[in-house]
Design a protein around this ligand. Sequence first.
Ligand SMILES: *Cc1c(COP(=O)(O)O)cnc(C)c1O
Length: 401
Amino acid sequence: MDSVFMNTYHRLPVTFARGEGSWLYDINGKKYLDFGSGIAVNLLGHNYPPLVRAVTEQAAKYFHVCNYYQSDTSIAFAEKLVEACAPAGMRNVFLANSGAEANEGAVKLARKYSLLKYGPGRHTIVTLKGSFHGRTITTLAATGQEKFHKDFGPFTDGFVHIPGGDIELLDKALDGLTVAGLLIEAVQGEGGIVIQNSEFISAAAKLCAERDILLMFDEIQCGLGRTGTFLALEQYKGSDGNPLKADIVTLAKGLAGGIPVGAVLAGSKTCSIFTTGDHGSTFGANPIAAAAGLVILKTVNNPEFLAEIIRKGNIITDALKQNPKVREVRGKGLIIGFDIEDSSWLMLKAGIVRADLAKNHCGLLMLSAGTNTLRLLPPYIIQDSEIDHGLEIMTELLNAG
Ligand SMILES: *Cc1c(COP(=O)(O)O)cnc(C)c1O
């Protein structure tokens, strides 16, 4: 079945034909509860009526105009996006198509900032061990996980990985003479749901500010309401005790709820660095993605909606903590990881979609991350009864292991 594709994924033998809310249906009509949202993409689930409407209405107007012109829909989206990220210090945005592309743009932006101000040689980007920043040669160089690096060198120069949480090492690594930026996922997704602690982030903010090193957040997986605030970085404080401000923020994945889009947001230091011709992307600011993105922003960037994400996340986290088979639970809002005994792990992995046990009449879609972490990223519109249903299936699977 997979022969038409290059063999880059371990695809499970399930072929989807349609989706509705938190559910996906395969070509045989079997249903699956979606606890993964296509890796934090389908924030509002499947077939969400306002999203479908926005996309079809835009498609009937125009699909694309190149970036030599303006698009009313793209402008509206960019305005709303910058507004949503203004509390984190963001002033303007470059729109791209994916997370890797957004991070590439962020690296270019940081390097040019440093070059203009300090001249050549100060171009290093420090990132954290366990991080994931994308699959291009440069974003792989940024990614702090060896397993993604093998076979593909040489990589782009100028990346250093340090362990998260170690302020002393951070202080040494943030050398004001060679380092342009520090790139952090406040909550590492692919790395196994690893939450950076507040002391570390505050220290990072302080050191970056003192040395004029750009503080950059990759919010591609943990942003967009996933942790219960629009950006995950909003839950941290700067060293002065005030809300944390970033210099660059990247977004992608769920930003248009399932249409490809990526964004590089820039704060006051970086918003005027790129000039005409410095950067570009044919499909960047695509109007269909923008139309979808507007619906995402209007729906998600709302205090009551965000409070629901926290409430729903707590239900799942509390239930997992009660389960004796679960070793450790890490989560914030609806980004949740839990570690399990090795034997249960194998059982669960095998059961990720085969959970159509007679009793439940449905499967459960979960994700893995890191080395032995199960990762849950349910759609924000998931209902309490669906959460309970999913937790029941999970308990059954864990007990079977
Ligand atoms: C998924 C992801 C990326 C890469 O995004 P793509 O759209 O796959 O290129 C980068 N950073 C983080 C934190 C991610 O989760």
